[in-house]
Design a protein around this ligand. Structure first.
Ligand SMILES: [Zn+2]
Length: 250
């Protein structure tokens, strides 16, 4: 099973790298997995592409920002290296980002969320947004090393989120960032360990509990009760609830 149209590590480290065989292999796999009419908009790039043919992409919009232009050149080179043509011009929209960074982040987020709502099951095309997103399973994939800007290396854990397609029953693996975009904060910021659910609280909820003198939550580390904790839950104050569904889940 392919992961869904997002990028992740590869594009985040791309600007410093030349396009090598590893990236071409990655590009062929990921760009190939996106269906025709699928949208590709790498995180933080300010560019969005649509797959308009088996071997063709079209640039939909680009931020009027030097970094977006640089990113676009990199992505274009990657597409060519993977055997695609890229149409740019007539239909392309140039977006001037808002002056305030918060407003810009909000707009970018809304744009990405609108794209996520269009994602479909790769097998049966059932809309992913209509699945029972609260019933995901987090799966540890591997630990890899990334290079920091100061030249040191640090290990990072790669995980994926598995959801079930309501249309055909297929298990669909997703990048955690993609799942987050699709399902929202509340569902993303929880995890399931040994039949219990650990849920993060909002600041308001934490304040209310603290005011009431109730502090029964736990701060999650890298592991909890012998099980790995997904990295986005590390250092989170979480409330533990027994899962009603645990018997039928097995
Ligand atoms: Zn399906």
């Amino acid at each position: 099973m392919e992961c869904l149209p997002s990028v992740w590590l590869m594009v985040r480290t791309m600007s410093e790298k030349k396009i090598d065989d590893e990236m071409i292999a990655w590009g062929k796999e990921h760009l190939g997995a996106i269906p025709i009419d699928g949208i590709w908009s790498p995180d933080g790039s300010g560019v969005q592409y649509k797959k308009t043919g088996e071997n063709e992409w079209s640039l939909m919009f680009m931020y009027n920002h030097p970094e977006s232009k640089g990113m676009h050149e990199q992505l274009k080179a990657l597409m060519f290296a993977c055997g695609y043509t890229l149409l740019e011009g007539d239909g392309t929209q140039e977006i001037v980002p808002p002056l305030q960074p918060e407003r810009q982040m909000q707009e970018e987020y809304e744009r990405r969320q609108a794209v996520a709502k269009l994602w479909k099951c790769p097998t049966c095309e059932y809309p992913l947004a209509n699945n029972e997103l609260d019933m995901r399973v987090d799966e540890y994939v591997e630990t890899s090393e990334i290079e920091l800007s100061n030249g040191e290396h640090t290990p990072i854990e790669l995980w994926r989120c598995l959801i079930n397609c309501n249309g055909c029953g297929t298990v669909i693996p997703m990048e955690p960032d993609d799942y987050h975009l699709l399902a929202g904060d509340e569902y993303f910021m929880r995890c399931f360990i040994n039949g219990y659910r650990y849920s993060a609280l909002t600041r308001g909820e934490m304040k209310d509990l603290a005011d009431a003198g109730i502090q029964t939550g736990v701060v999650l580390g890298g592991t909890h009760e012998g099980e790995r904790v997904p990295p986005w839950m590390w250092g989170i104050y979480a409330v533990k609830t027994k899962m009603y569904e645990s018997s039928e889940e097995e």
